[in-house]
Write a protein that binds this ligand. Sequence first.
Ligand code: ADP
Ligand code: 3PG
Ligand code: MG
Length: 393
Amino acid sequence: MPGKRSVTEASVKGRRVLVRVDFNVPQHPDGSVADDRRIVEALPTLKHLEAAGAKTILLSHLGRPDGRRDPKFSLRPVVHRLSALLGQPVPLADDIVGIHAIEGVTRLASGGFLMLENLRFHPGEESNDPAFAAQLARLGDLFVEEAFGAVHRAHASTVGVPKRLPSYAGLLVEKEIRALTPLVHGAEKPYVAMMGGAKVADKLPLLASFLGRVDTLLIGGALAFPFLAADGANLGATGVELGLEGVVQEFRDAARSAGTALQFPTDLVYEPADGGDGVVATGTDLPAGAKAFDIGPATRASFLKALAGSKTVFWNGPLGLAEDPRFAAGTREVLAGLAGIPGFHVSAGGDSARVAEALGVGGAFQFVSTGGGAALEFVQGAALPGLVVLPDA
Ligand code: ADP
Ligand code: 3PG
Ligand code: MG
C-alpha cells in the first residue's frame, strides 16, 4: 500500500495534537503493565512531538469495557508506565470529552502531554457516533494515527476524528506499513507462511488469502487437526473443530490450483488418557483417550526443511500448546532453527509474539508487529478503515 502522510511533515509547534495510540497492553492481576512493548514502540513519535513543541493529547482504549466506565479498565497504570518511560509526568484526565479533559487541554504547555481516560468508557467510541467524534476532534488541531493495533476498527477515534482534522501517520504506523507491505505483494521468493494457533474458523480467511501468494504454507497447532481428521487420522480425544470437512476439502483443491504447497504434521505429541508427560506418536493416529497438543520431531524437521530454502517468512500462531512445557518443543525448536536461516521473517498476533519471547526465540524475527487482528487483516490484503482515512504521502 502507498505510504501515508507522515507526522514528521506536520507543523505542530504550540498546536494541540491528538495522538491515537494502542496502549491496550497485557496487565498483571493488580493492573500494572505486564508488557510495555506497545508503549515503547510509540515513544519515537511522542519524543518527536515533545521536541517539536506540540501539546500532545493521547487517546487509547484498554480492554473491552463496552461503553461503560469501569475502574478495572482505567488507563491509570498505563500512564504510570508511560510517565516513567518519557521521563515526565503525564496527567490522566478523569474523562474523555468532559470538563476534566477540556481543563487538562487548556493547561497543556508546549512539549507537554495529557492522556484522556479509556475511550471505550464512552458508548460513542465503538459506534463511531458523530457527536462524540466531533467533541473529541474539538480538543485538537491535528490528528496523528499511531495505534497500528486498532486501525482495523472503524471507531470514533480511528475514523471519526481523522475525518474531521488534518491527519498524519505516526512513526510506528509507518514502520508497520513498510514491514508488512512486502508480505502482501512483492515478497522475495520463496515465500513461506507458517500458521498455527487454536481457533480454526477465525484463521481460515487468512489461510485462504495465502493461496497463490506463498510458495509453501505450513500448518500446525490446532489449526491442523481438521485437515488431519479429514484425511482419516484417528486423533483420539483431541478437541477438533467440527463441521469443517467440506471447507477443508475445498481449501486443498484451491491450494492445488493456486500452486501453493501445503504441509501438515506427520507426527504429533499427545497427552495420554491418564495425563502425565507428552508422548510422541510416530504418525497421526493416537491411542484412545489421547489428546494431541504439539507437532512431533519429524514434523519439526520437515517444516524446517521448507523454511531453510525461503527468503520471506510470515508466522502466526504457536505450533502447539506452547504455554505448557510438555507441548512447547514444536514451536521452540522450529523458531530456534528459523533464527539461523537468512531472510526477512515477520511475526504477527498477540499470543504469537508473547510465546516466542517466553520461549527465548524472539530473535527469529526481523520484525514483530504490534498488531494482533490489525496485522492479520493487513497481511490478508484487507483495506483497514483507520489507514484508508489517512491522506497518502
Ligand atoms: P495469535 O493471538 O498470535 O493470533 P492464536 O490466538 O491463534 O495466536 O493462538 C494462540 C494459542 O494457540 C496459543 O495460546 C497456543 O498455545 C495455542 N495452541 C496451539 N496449538 C494448540 C493446541 N493443539 N491446543 C490448544 N492450544 C493450542
Ligand atoms: C488489539 O489488542 O488487538 C487491539 O488493541 C484491538 O483491540 P480490540 O480487539 O478489543 O478491538
Ligand atoms: Mg490470540
